[in-house]
Design a protein. Structure first.
Length: 232
């Protein structure tokens, strides 16, 4: 029986992380939450819900949080065909909707399956960063992605092991897609009924997307700042 591991990076997600953990445990999956430079009780909430919790201090960085979680998975001695789920902590109870991604990898239809969430509408921004990420991926892979920034993914362990490093920060998904496709991985995008918190059109939302766009640019330029299988 293939094992399933779920890596959940969480930066100040105390309101939703427990629901996310419980939904993933029900799949079932072994869940590790990386409390990434949290100023709230995300770590405690995740632990109470049943997750293994790793705490990362310093400045929040999604790529470094994911690397820490993947290093924990490696310590569990997974087999080549085990599956790793990457799930954002803010999806809450809808985390269980990652199941179609998991099944696509389990059935051998994909080496990596990416979740395409419903449109954000006015809760999101104006789509500039998404379009930019889509353009970067088209230039680097020749493929037009519907959800280039989606953090909801299922990946075969032997496929993940081919990566030596990740693009930093919010460029991690774009960098991962570029690198795995160049290595010959079969990548599918699948519609999922997942929901997450949108940053909206406030100044905080625009600041977040500006950082995201910068990280995507660095990922597209080939920068891979975060070593995967060595502790930083």
């Amino acid at each position: 029986m293939k094992r399933v591991f779920a890596v959940v990076p969480a930066h100040n997600e105390a309101q939703t992380v427990a629901e996310t953990v419980r939904a993933l445990l029900a799949l079932p999956a072994q869940v590790v939450v990386v409390a990434d430079a949290c100023a709230d009780d995300s770590a405690e909430r995740a632990s109470e819900a049943g997750a293994t919790v790793l705490v990362r201090s310093g400045r929040g960085d999604k790529a470094r949080a994911l690397a820490k979680g993947l290093q924990w998975v490696a310590q569990q001695q997974p087999s080549d065909d085990d599956v790793v789920l990457l799930v954002d902590a803010d999806v809450g109870a809808s985390a269980g909707e990652v199941a179609p991604l998991l099944e696509a990898v389990r059935r051998g239809e994909a080496d990596m399956a990416i979740g395409v969430l419903p449109p954000a509408g006015r809760q999101g921004g104006f789509g500039l960063v998404v379009r930019f990420a889509r353009w970067v991926l088209l230039r680097r892979t020749g493929r037009r992605f519907r959800a280039p920034l989606s953090g909801q993914r299922a990946i075969r362990w032997r496929t993940l092991q081919q990566l030596s490093a990740l693009a930093g920060g919010f460029g991690v998904e774009v960098g991962m897609s570029v690198d795995l496709m160049r290595l010959g991985a079969r990548v599918q995008e699948i519609d999922v009924r997942m929901t997450h918190r949108h940053t909206g059109r406030s100044w905080r939302g625009f600041l977040h997307r500006a950082r995201q766009g910068w990280h995507v640019l660095l990922a597209g330029a080939g920068r891979r700042q975060v070593k995967l299988w060595t502790h930083e």
